[in-house]
Design a protein around this ligand. Structure first.
Ligand code: SF4
Ligand code: SF4
Length: 437
């Protein structure tokens, strides 16, 4: 796809990168068929190929209208289109550049700006997020439905670790700013599995945020600053550990991308590469371990987009669980996003709720005794299924336009039959630690 960059944008390294990505696209449209927003809305401009045209136009004219910016905002950044693209178009990176440029031209509605500001300024500040989350749990019974739906009700389990005399390896566990507050049971589970396998876990007090949330919400400078802060904290202890493990795939996909995002930074590109050399998702590390004795069970897996499309580790949770003695049953439309997508459930509640309903129905139709996932965002979004389904119908009223579009496109959706099933979805590490015998 040939592009004539607007003189105002020529010379920018991100624009040059976007131009190179655009050149790889051959307009075949294979990506459109797998796009969740295209499936829901039926508009070419709410699919990857349409969005690619909108970004091309933005690069050529250095202008964008509200309507076009809305099509970019409705993208989940699930990257299912990247997995499908035969030409290797790096759509996720292109969208990051496009959204960053669009944010200079179009101011979102006041409520969207307020939500965006709160997310970018509260979640990455661990102490503030912890305070607000705990206060929110206390006040949840008197909150409006759409706020209630953001606060999980499940209690966090704790898993016992065992002492190790001569560890085979030392592993630095990353807690992440959200997971550490909302689902601390995940790293407790990981510690339990590792210690039972002879691996010594190490944690870093005051670890901080990886910058993913700010970066993907078009605050590139703020996101990059967080990445540099985290690298400053991690770099001094990298020599003392054999591996760095991320148990939140949403953080892991960005951490693995640090060398690319910081490649123009002379100081931090080196630190980013040092981290990347030791970084593994928990799934990858446990795949290297000898399976421990476990109680067997039947499990359905929802693999987060950040793991299957972002980190290209599709099918790995299923493989590990099978090796550890579980029966894994298939889930319909497993490649489709659940609607969590970082901040998406807050910024685009109507589309997000529809995707959650579809995912819940697909999980329930699997017939499994347990549902698992691998990222705190998906877990919060899908957990407590029955309660959320009743709240969703009230919460979805936040975007009348999109709801109308949904109604107009009802015939495009395949009806899914929901069967009764488990009411909770857990992180797969919590599930596995609970099965250790
Ligand atoms: S599948 Fe790839 S090459 Fe084809 S239209 Fe989509 S992005 Fe372009
Ligand atoms: S990232 Fe996901 S929602 Fe966005 S265009 Fe690609 S498939 Fe569609």
């Amino acid at each position: 796809m040939q592009t004539h960059i607007h003189p105002q944008l020529a010379g920018r390294s991100d624009v040059k990168e976007a131009e190179d990505i655009l050149r790889a696209c051959v307009h075949c449209g294979f990506c459109t068929a797998v796009c969740p927003t295209y499936q829901l809305l039926g508009d070419e401009l709410d699919g990857p190929r349409g969005r690619i045209y909108l970004i091309k136009n933005l690069l050529e004219t250095d202008t964008i209208g509200e309507s076009a910016a809305g099509h970019l905002d409705r993208c989940l950044t699930c990257r299912a289109c990247e997995t499908t693209c035969p030409s290797g178009v790096e759509y996720g990176r292109l969208l990051d550049v496009g959204r960053g440029l669009a944010a200079r031209k179009v101011a979102p509605p006041l409520m969207q700006r307020l939500k965006s500001w709160l997310l970018r300024n509260v979640v990455p500040r661990h102490w503030l997020f912890k305070f607000m989350y705990r206060t929110g749990r206390l006040l949840r019974p008197v909150m409006p439905g759409f706020l209630q739906s953001l606060i999980p009700t499940a209690e966090n389990p704790h898993f016992e670790s065992t002492s190790i005399n001569q560890p085979q390896q030392r592993a630095l566990l990353l807690g992440g700013c959200t997971q550490d507050v909302v689902t601390p049971g995940v790293n407790s589970a990981l510690e339990s599995i590792l210690t039972h396998g002879g691996v010594e876990p190490v944690t870093l007090a005051g670890e901080g945020c990886c910058g993913a949330l700010q970066y993907h919400m078009s605050d590139h400078a703020g996101g990059l600053a967080r990445m540099r802060q985290l690298l400053d904290r991690l770099d001094p202890i990298l020599n003392d550990v054999d591996v760095v493990i991320s148990s939140a795939s949403g953080c892991g996909v960005t951490l693995k991308d640090y060398p690319h995002l910081l490649e123009d930074d002379e100081v931090y590109s080196h630190k980013a590469k040092r981290l990347a050399e030791k970084l593994l998702d928990a799934t990858e590390f446990i795949d290297t371990m000898t399976p421990l004795p476990c109680e067997t069970a039947t499990v359905a897996v929802h693999t987060p987009c950040t793991l299957q499309h972002g980190q290209r580790l599709s099918g790995l949770i299923e493989r590990v669980l099978t090796r550890w003695g579980m029966t894994v049953v298939p889930v319909r439309d497993a490649h489709v996003c659940c609607g969590s997508a970082g901040s998406y459930s807050i910024m685009q509640p109507a589309l997000s709720s529809q995707l959650r309903e579809n995912k819940v129905s697909a999980l329930q139709a699997s017939g499994a005794d347990h549902y698992v996932t691998a990222n705190v965002g998906c877990q919060m979004h899908l957990d407590d299924l029955e309660r959320r389904q009743s709240i969703d119908h009230r919460a979805a009223g936040g975007s009348a336009l999109v709801v109308e579009e949904h109604k107009a496109n009802q015939d495009r959706r395949q009806p899914m039959k929901a069967e009764p099933g488990p009411t909770h979805i857990r992180h797969w590490l919590e599930f596995l630690a609970g099965q250790l015998s």
